[in-house]
Design a binder for this molecule. Structure first.
Ligand SMILES: C[S@@+](CC[C@H](N)C(=O)[O-])C[C@H]1O[C@@H](n2cnc3c(N)ncnc32)[C@H](O)[C@@H]1O
Length: 465
């Protein structure tokens, strides 16, 4: 097979990114925009040693699971990849994605529950992060990067962002055009509390033109009164890290508030907060259910962010300790717990692995460990410390099935078996999936023998009574 060949084939499966897998004489081609069961004419665009890429030229037979993407810029924008999937197909894809990773990377053949889907998976994001620029005609543009490029696709409405984020970005785009200062802005970061409708806007800028930016902030607030916080973030870095270190409050408060399942959370510009609050409640409740807590239990919540899971678990445990590396998030976490009147928690600002090792060395009793690491998963030090703590249960929350599978394999080989796997669709219409896993101490053959022996002894003693 070579580049530009035209072939006909049927889609058999998906890659982890949701590309269709078509086999032509046994050779796999990855093809965008193809659903399982569909047959199409494909032009080969790239050939590598063991696989290639193709572009769908003509659909010969369409799947009943094919949907019409509602977004006008779906094809150019890299934000969503799977708007052409029905909800049922999306559920199958996400569930299978987790199952495949556990099997291939983790060597685990375990039952994976159907992914928990969002009924109405639109306008779900509480955070929007848009680059700012000017197009060839000199017009201000805000939107998303074209796939694999730095071109900004101008966007009026994003169908997966909260309507208040769309409204704020439109207003800012107009103001930036009026002030003619697009070159000052790198990005706009907008966060919204779904339950309170409070908005935070972070102007991520190359220069500190404070007076001008304050003026823009007050004009924005006049038009979008839900804006309660405007922050200047100075970023003069040469790389593509979005937030810089230096910040200054331009308007209002440094935080906004949201509520999840009756608990209030203050969110600051730099703290992590799950982007889909509707699904987050399902995710956290599942994590709590897997933990099966009692009022005597001591829990450690590693990578705790602003203390969300920590507080969900604290409602059912004796004590929960949250560990997080970002200082601002720990400050939020402490304020949040105080605000909610939750006293059986404490928070430590530290590297998860480093602090977990300290707890393990101290020999303190830990009944349940919850971990929710970033995409790269846990490092070996953290996993080792978790094993030394020897909790009854481990609840692992993950946003990357591959690193999850790697870590489950490590824990599995050292005595913790996977009991339940529940994917949750936190990111509808994208290929991303969150998963919550319950692990518990494996009963080894040695343990089983000892228990059997104990039974026999009981039997003998009752007989002799
Ligand atoms: C996926 S978030 C989860 C946060 C929280 N559990 C939640 O649901 O909102 C991962 C968190 O780990 C933190 N983090 C990253 N590396 C860390 C490390 N080495 N030690 C401790 N925390 C870390 C990040 O700052 C982030 O808050």
């Amino acid at each position: 097979m070579k580049k530009n060949d035209r072939v006909t084939g049927t889609c058999l499966n998906y890659t982890f990114e949701g590309l269709g897998v078509v086999k032509v004489d046994g050779f796999p081609l990855f093809v965008k925009d193809m659903l399982v069961g569909e047959c199409g004419e494909i032009v080969v665009t790239q050939v590598r040693k063991n696989f290639g890429y193709g572009r769908l030229m003509k659909l010969i037979s369409a799947s009943p699971e094919r949907a019409e993407p509602p977004c006008k810029i779906f094809k150019q924008c890299g934000g969503c990849q799977l708007q052409h999937f029905s909800l049922a197909e999306l559920q199958r894809f996400k569930t299978q994605r987790v199952k495949d990773a556990l099997e291939r990377i983790g060597g685990l053949d375990c039952h994976v529950e159907d992914a928990l889907m969002m009924e109405d998976g639109w306008y779900y994001r509480n955070k929007g992060q848009v680059p700012v620029g000017v197009d060839k005609a000199g017009k201000t543009v805000c939107g998303f990067y074209r796939i694999n490029s730095n071109d900004i696709i101008d966007m009026d409405v994003c169908l997966i962002q909260h309507e208040l984020i769309n409204k704020t970005v439109q207003c800012m785009k107009r103001l930036i055009g009026e002030f003619g200062n697009a070159e000052v802005f790198r990005h706009l970061l907008v966060k919204v509390g779904f339950s309170t409708r409070e908005i935070m806007v972070v102007f991520i800028v190359r220069e500190k033109r404070v007076a001008e930016l304050k003026k823009m902030a007050s004009m924005l607030v006049a038009e979008v009164p839900e804006v309660k916080s405007v922050i200047l973030n100075l970023n003069q870095r040469a790389d593509n890290v979005i937030l810089g270190d230096e910040e200054e409050l331009l308007y209002g408060r440094p935080t906004i508030v949201d509520e999840l399942d009756g608990l209030c959370f203050e969110i600051s510009s730099k703290s992590f907060y799950q982007v889909n609050p509707v699904q987050t409640v399902k995710l956290y409740n599942q994590a709590v259910a897997f933990a099966e807590l009692s009022k005597d239990d001591r829990v450690v919540d590693l990578y705790c962010g602003i203390g969300t899971i920590t507080q969900f678990m604290a409602r059912q445990a004796a004590h929960v300790q949250g560990v997080e590396v970002v200082a601002a998030a720990i400050e939020d976490a402490k304020r949040n717990a105080a605000r909610n009147g939750i006293v059986n928690v404490d928070f430590v600002c530290a590297d998860a692995g480093e602090y977990a090792a300290r707890i393990a060395d101290s020999g303190e009793r830990v009944d349940v460990v919850c971990v929710d690491p970033p995409r790269k998963g846990c490092d070996e030090r953290t996993l080792e410390a978790m094993l030394t703590m020897a909790p009854r249960r481990i609840v692992y929350v993950s946003c990357d099935p591959s690193t999850l599978a790697r870590d489950l394999k490590y824990l599995g080989e050292r005595g913790y078996g996977v009991e339940r796997v529940q994917p949750v669709d936190m990111f509808p219409w994208t290929y991303h999936v969150e998963t919550v896993v319950l692990l518990s101490k494996l009963i080894t053959k040695k343990h089983v023998n000892i228990e059997l022996h104990a039974d026999e002894l009981d039997l003998t003693s009752s007989k002799s009574k």
